[in-house]
Structures are given as structure tokens and as C-alpha cells.
Design a protein around this ligand. Structure first.
Ligand code: 13P
Length: 246
């Protein structure tokens, strides 16, 4: 059993008016003992969110692999550090799809994040077609092979399993589906990093809500959740944090 980590991914949602939600989430997170909580708003909200975070870890949803230079529209790890971000999500399926990010791109981003002292959440997950073809485990372990950084100790690296068909659809994976995949991811992490691989946290993501969170957290090798829609308000996110606290 690891201490659970619950991360909110606001995606392209959130403006200054919603900082009050972040303050309310931070307040509840402080009270919930035994669980780590983080929130990843859009880049524009990182610095103002940190100012309201009361110690809640604030992170980004992407980072460029390069240190600096001619990369219009991108943000570097040093910039994130300067804004006091503590973590970054890399390889989210929406970025893999919309921005054509490959496993190699994701690995380069994870390496850069870790080099700068940012915790990296590496996302993997199969499509509905992969699952229908019963290729889901092979697809995800293949993504891990290509996307994981060269080396990482367990505090820095987190893996998030997000089946694409469960994201934003309300179709949460069954506990059996989650158990099968998290066991496969755990085995891949141990094969890759040895004993340390046993301590890297594996999050589940995809339609996690207050009413299904406890069942997901009870599954073996589920060390927390990456939450999209239900992280946008304290009213929906706080019960998930509390479910992780046990
Ligand atoms: P939802 O919780 O909205 O399904 O999103 C999951 C996700 O993609 C988090 O990164």
C-alpha cells in the first residue's frame, strides 16, 4: 500500500474567477491526512494558483523537452519551476492525439521534467479499438517501454493509466479491467527499475467521480487517481480526495 496521490487535471478549463475553487480544494486537502493532492490548471493559472494554494501542489499539463529556444507557444521546465510548479503531466492521450506526440517525445519531456526537479506523471492508455482487439495490455506496456524516462526514483515518477474510452465519457473501467492493467504496469515497472519499480505510484484516470472513487481506490496497485471533469469544483473533487484518504 502506497500513500495515495490524487491529481486534478483542469485541461483547457479555468480562469481567474475559479481561483476560489482552488483555495477550497487546498483547504480540504490540508485537512485530509494520509493523501497527497495536486492540481494542474492551465499554464496561465499556475502562478495565481500557487498564490492561493496554501501548500497544495500545483503543476502543469505539458512541458517542452528543450531547455529554451525557438519553440513558439511552448513552455520550458525552468519556466514551470520559476512559477513554482511542482509537477507536470506528460503524454496525456489528448496531447498524443491532437499534437501527435510520440512515445519518444513523451520520454524526452519526462527526462527534462525530472532533470529540473519536477515530478513527472507519464500517461498511457489504450483506445477502444485496442481493447476490442484484446491488444490493450500489449499497447500500454509498449507505450511504457517507449515513454518512461531512462532512470527515475519513485518520488519523482508517477504513471497514470487512462484508457481513452473512459476519458470524459462516464464509462469508468471496471475494477477487473483496472486490476488487470495496473498489475501489468507494475510488472513492467519492476522489470524496468527493479525494486524501485514496486514503489512508483500508478494512478487510474477516466471518469473518476465521487461515487466510483472508493471502488477504484480499493483495487490492488491503484495508488491514486488523475481526475478531469470532477476536479473542476471543490464540491466534486473533495469527496474523491476524502475517498483516497480512506
Ligand atoms: P475525466 O475525469 O474527465 O474522464 O478525465 C480524465 C483525464 O483525462 C484526466 O487526465
Amino acid at each position: 500500500m502506497h500513500r495515495k496521490l490524487v491529481v486534478g487535471n483542469w485541461k483547457m478549463n479555468g480562469n481567474l474567477h475559479q481561483l476560489g475553487e482552488i483555495a477550497a480544494i487546498a483547504k480540504a486537502a490540508r485537512k485530509a491526512a494520509g493523501v497527497d493532492v495536486a492540481l494542474c490548471p492551465p499554464f496561465t493559472l499556475i502562478a495565481p494558483a500557487v498564490a492561493r494554494s496554501n501548500g497544495l501542489a500545483i503543476g502543469a499539463q505539458d512541458v517542452h523537452a528543450a531547455e529554451e529556444g525557438a519553440h513558439t507557444g511552448s513552455v520550458s521546465a525552468a519556466m514551470l519551476k520559476e512559477a513554482h510548479a511542482r509537477l507536470v503531466i506528460v503524454g496525456h492521450s489528448e496531447r498524443r492525439a491532437e499534437n501527435h506526440e510520440t512515445d519518444a517525445d513523451v520520454r524526452a519531456k519526462a527526462d527534462t521534467a525530472l532533470r529540473h526537479g519536477l515530478q513527472a506523471i507519464v500517461c498511457v492508455g489504450e483506445s477502444e479499438t485496442d481493447r476490442a482487439a484484446r491488444d490493450h495490455v500489449a499497447v500500454v506496456t509498449g507505450q511504457l517501454k517507449g515513454s518512461l524516462p531512462e532512470d527515475a526514483h519513485e518520488g519523482e515518477l508517477v504513471v497514470a493509466y487512462e484508457p481513452i474510452w473512459a476519458i470524459g465519457t462516464g464509462n469508468v473501467a471496471t475494477p477487473d479491467d483496472v486490476a488487470e492493467m495496473h498489475a501489468a504496469i507494475r510488472a513492467a515497472l519492476v522489470e524496468r527499475f527493479g525494486e524501485r519499480g514496486g514503489r512508483i505510484r500508478i494512478l487510474y484516470g477516466g471518469s473518476v467521480k465521487a461515487d466510483n472513487a472508493a471502488a477504484i481506490f480499493a483495487v490492488e496497485d491503484v495508488d491514486g487517481a488523475l481526475v478531469g471533469g470532477a476536479s473542476l469544483t471543490a464540491a466534486q473533487f473533495v469527496p474523491i480526495i476524502q475517498a483516497a484518504a480512506g
